[in-house]
Ligand binder design. Structure first.
Ligand code: NYM
Ligand code: MG
Length: 212
């Protein structure tokens, strides 16, 4: 490659693990050291597909379970051209949730296999690093009440956590588990260190394809 590409860094975890806070802090710290960086989040609720998803999550509409799974995936695919362009230009992408949330949340529903859930996301740009913010259900409960969106109950979140742990057992993806029960600054320091080394490792490698 002529120029160094950016890295694709994903933050995952159950609701209230602190992903959004940490994504913002990571972007700020990359900017401080002069790195080109761009923040994305999935679902991206601003697109036409994203609006359907948002209405479903807010319980304003109902969608069949397979259908909404495919919409979440389509919402990632529609951003792929932008993602590739940014990465090739040398911009690092920090992403708040990705296909792993897709698989963990749908497969926490009855009668969905991990294998079926992964299929629509096979071939997406593969993250160079997936930071899993690990927080026990008890610690999550201490962070206050859940919101009112779909999936925001402790029994469902425990099932989601179990599915994330199954996904993490695969070593084709570079998972790093971060203890999210620490202070915001401690978590940030860990994430920053892991991200900077992923950035250096990614520079001279082509963008790979997820689960392929
Ligand atoms: N979610 C997120 C899914 O069910 N499938 C997906 O593919 C993705 C990306 O949407 N509870 C769920 C996880 C969250 C919810 O996320 C909305 P956020 O980060 O709270 O906007
Ligand atoms: Mg949320």
């Amino acid at each position: 490659m002529a120029c160094k590409r950016g890295a694709l860094i994903v933050l995952e975890g159950v609701d209230r693990a602190g992903k959004t806070t940490q994504c913002t802090k990571l972007v700020e710290s990359f900017r401080e050291v002069g790195r080109a960086v761009h923040l994305l989040r999935f679902p991206d609720r601003t697109t036409t597909i994203g609006k359907l998803i948002s209405s479903y999550l807010e319980n304003k509409s109902d969608l069949e379970d397979h259908t909404v799974h495919l919409l979440f995936s389509a919402n990632r695919w529609e951003l792929v051209p932008l993602m590739k362009k940014k990465l090739e230009e040398g911009t690092t992408l920090i992403i708040d949730r990705y296909a792993f949330s897709g698989v963990a949340f749908t497969s926490a529903k009855p009668d969905f296999s991990i294998e079926w859930c992964k299929a629509p996301d096979v071939g997406l740009p593969k993250p160079d690093l997936v930071l899993y913010l690990q927080l026990s259900p008890a610690a999550a409960a201490q962070r206050g009440e859940f919101g009112t969106e779909r999936y925001e109950t402790s029994s469902f979140q425990q099932r989601v956590q179990g599915r994330f742990e199954q996904l993490m057992d695969e070593n084709s993806v570079n998972w790093q588990v971060v203890d999210a029960s620490q202070s915001i600054d401690e978590v940030h320091d860990n994430i920053k260190r892991l991200s900077l080394s992923a950035l250096t490792a990614a520079e001279h490698q082509p963008i790979a394809e997820l689960w392929r």
